[in-house]
Design a protein around this ligand. Structure first.
Ligand SMILES: *Cc1c(COP(=O)(O)O)cnc(C)c1O
Length: 467
């Protein structure tokens, strides 16, 4: 057999596309054509590069079944959705790399109804004329949080940008040096301030800021006093910060608005779940501060959004800022934020149905139960892996609650055949993309972030990939 004979044996793209197995695949024809071209090109390249004595090995590959299989693999790899569902075994509840907060399954119909149909997004049904997209979640938030007014934008970074641009563009805003945070993904307060055109006046030292530091920095150019919740790092030891109340009093004295960027925006007091106290949205509002901003997709458990709540006169001013148009939210966000927030009116229901709250509230006993169930489902499969239930720690993540770890149960998986990094890689690249944690050369799945519906899938992937 020589190379020319082999080249002639390669089918054409057209011949492949009419095969039933390819024809019935649910991909657009253009993508199937591209996948077929790629597979055939790689066979041609192989023939061209192989030494004559190895031609017989390549000849075996020019087999229609193996070509079909390669085309299917190529289609799955290159042309299935780029955003894929993954299984989070890391134990980090708000994992920004893995999509941050999960939206409650209980509200899916409400989201789909608005996403797939026409809606009154900017239409006033009572008056039969143009309305405002910013009117929608307003009523729910006002009731839930007892605030004068609300504005929802694309994310909390956008909320901060809008506040600064509205009140302090080309003017000065005073912030404590200890609060100039960098949140993951390089959201830096100083950079956002620069983008907004506001001039940042830092006061105090890194670990200590007193109310007198703010007061001394006030000039005729000062237009805003700002507090930033240091949500993703912890300062311990000799620290001092100014309370919202003190800052509000200073704002009143000089007739300046006071804003707090709360970051995560938690509704419940997390001490209830055995975690350290994190200032809640209501506490911040009740301090009397003028404006509070927080994320929709951190501990609130909703879609990506930035919520600004507070005094109506200030929110009205922000509504007139042209920048708002670039920061606006779409109907899917509004629908899911509104439906998520409605769950909070029944607190017990919210703790069960909002995934972030449910995962935070699992007790170690419940997690041990889950670990035992997952272990036994895996053991029913015949695989050669070693499974062990161990004590570990989960984190909240998403730039929330730094250094705060809480006890959990993990299932460690080891194998004589595969190294820890190989197990990690095989499960990550498996069809259902299981993302585990590697610690001290152990591969582990944290039951806190694994959903009950995922047990069987995990067992099947382990069977398929680690046999
Ligand atoms: C997370 C965070 C932000 C950014 O919020 P996004 O919703 O991700 O834009 C801003 N400020 C603080 C204090 C944060 O923790």
């Amino acid at each position: 057999m020589n190379k020319n004979e082999l080249f002639r044996k390669i089918p054409s793209v057209e011949e492949i596309l009419i095969l039933e197995e390819i024809n019935e695949l649910d991909y657009p024809r253009a993508l199937k054509t591209e996948a077929a071209r790629e597979v055939l090109a790689s066979i041609r390249k192989k023939i061209a590069n192989v030494r004559d004595e190895e031609l017989s090995i390549v000849a075996e590959e020019i087999n229609i079944n193996s070509i079909i299989k390669n085309i299917i693999t190529t289609l799955e790899k290159e042309f299935s959705s780029s955003l894929k569902k993954v299984i989070n075994g890391t134990g980090t509840i708000l994992h920004t790399n893995l999509g941050r907060s999960l939206i409650s399954e209980s509200i899916k119909d409400e989201i789909w109804k608005i996403a797939s149909g026409y809606s009154n997004l900017e239409y006033d049904l009572d008056l039969g004329q143009r309305g405002s997209r910013y009117s929608h979640v307003t009523k729910i938030i006002k009731l839930l949080l007892n605030v004068e007014d609300v504005l929802v934008v694309n994310n909390n970074a956008a909320a901060v940008l809008l506040v600064l641009s509205t009140f302090a563009k080309d003017e000065e805003v005073i912030v404590s040096r200890g609060e100039l945070v960098e949140v993951g993904g390089a959201f830096r307060i100083p950079s956002v301030m620069a983008m907004s055109g506001a001039k940042l006046v830092e006061v105090g030292s890194t670990n200590k800021t007193r109310i007198s530091d703010y007061e001394e920095a006030i000039t005729e150019n000062t237009k805003l006093l700002m507090k930033v919740h240091t949500s993703n790092y912890k300062m311990i030891g000799f620290t001092e910060a100014v309370s919202n109340k003190e800052l509000k009093k200073l704002g009143e004295k000089y007739d300046l608005p006071v804003v707090e960027d709360l970051g995560s925006g938690v509704y419940f007091d997390l001490e209830e779940f055995g975690l350290k106290h994190e200032p809640t949205i209501r506490e911040s509002i009740n301090s009397g501060i003028d404006l509070v901003t927080f994320s929709g997709d951190k501990l609130l458990g909703g879609p990506q959004a930035g919520v600004i709540v507070g005094k109506k006169e200030y929110i009205d001013k922000m509504k007139k800022n042209q920048l708002l148009r670039a920061l606006r939210v779409d109907k899917i966000t509004l629908a899911s934020l509104e439906a998520t927030l409605k769950l909070y009116f029944d607190e017990e229901k919210a703790k069960k149905e909002i995934p972030a709250m449910r995962m935070i509230s699992y007790t170690v006993e419940e997690l041990e139960e889950k670990a035992k169930r997952l272990k036994s489902i895996i053991e029913e499969k015949e695989v050669n892996v070693e499974l062990e239930i161990k004590d570990e720690f989960s984190t909240v993540g998403g730039g929330s609650m730094p250094g705060e770890e809480f006890p959990t149960k993990v299932l460690t998986i080891s194998s004589e055949k595969y190294s820890v990094s190989k197990i990690e890689e095989k499960l990550r690249l498996s069809k259902n993309h299981i993302i585990g944690r590697v610690k001290d050369n152990n591969y582990m799945l944290d039951l806190r972030t694994i959903q009950n519906s995922e047990f069987e899938i995990i067992a099947e992937e382990i069977e398929k990939n680690l046999k």
